[in-house]
Design a protein. Sequence first.
Length: 119
Amino acid sequence: MEDLSEAQQAELRADLLSLREELQRGLSLSSQGAQPVDLDEPIGRLSRMDAMQQQSMLKANRSAAQLRLQQVEGAVMRQREGEYGECQNCGENIGFPRLKARPEAPFCLACQGLREKRG
Ligand SMILES: [Zn+2]
């Protein structure tokens, strides 16, 4: 893979920063909804189950967003250190197309695939 050009670096940096903002906004919006369901509240049994189901979905979304935010922060840091775009496992260039799709990606496609297979 080619090294990233300066224009590509700048484009991905802008992507990272707006992604970070978006994730932070989503997390602060959902922080209220993530409060435990109040089981004493006089709502029907079905709607209580609905509420609990909704809440566990919300929790899963939140932890996915938190994880992604961590990766975004890591990528912003690597950019500052001039290491951005290198696979954190094998050191190869991750490549612009992949970074454009996932600017926070810490690994190249091959290493990501290996990690997912390993679980
Ligand atoms: Zn790699």
